[in-house]
Design a protein around this ligand. Sequence first.
Ligand code: ADP
Length: 248
Amino acid sequence: MVNDTILETQGLTKEFRGFVAVKGVNLRVRRGTIHALIGPNGAGKTTCFNLLTRFLPSSRGSISFKGQDITRARPADVARLGMVRSFQISATFPHLSVLENVRVALQRERGASFDFWRSEQVLSTYDARASELLDAVGLGAHAHLPAVELSYGRKRALEIATTLALDPELLLLDEPTAGMGHEDVERIAALIQQVAANRTVLMVEHNLSVVANLCHTITVLARGEILAEGDYATVSKNPDVVQAYMGA
Ligand code: ADP
């Protein structure tokens, strides 16, 4: 394996009772890049994410992360190694404040058992780092609002902040801009770019202008197989890709 590769799959395959949802996928994600997984509905993107994070066992093939074989690893071990999917920890607590949500994430990351009733004094030891993370995602001014009162776009930013509390090397984002208005899309896109300054990001994304603006490499899946790969200019001109989207 080339050593700038952070994640690599060989022949990754998932069958659901004879239906092949992911078929012989050889994916290579380079360290430090923003890599998109796109494709029409039913292409196998979510299944791929579930296989990579080991939420689902694969039927065949191998997965290597940072040079380690994780084909049969437990999801918690994958996260511990540094591959974290945003919703794994996001589950925001709506009635806790934005800051408290990040404190809880930090407390978990440090291995402390999750406990709402720990003294304020103990929890406040996480305040400095929590504030840093909130500033990083542009939520510094909203730290004391209950999470439930955030706009949808800001809730997604909070999810990213809680995920960053785990200090992932590879961050998996599942449709980070889904359901957002233009302003929130811009804000999240800027955040992803900033987060990617010192990490690798693999994202499933439907918004092609986000993909075009952010992603260095795009893997197009269709019917469980890789149809095309490359930068946006290359894949968007590929007649097979155009056909897969038109025919979807
Ligand atoms: P995408 O995320 O690209 O829309 P999915 O990975 O969700 O695609 O699904 C790929 C295919 O696998 C679809 O045809 C879907 O119906 C099928 N599929 C996904 N999960 C299951 C499952 N648990 N059991 C059976 N079929 C599934």
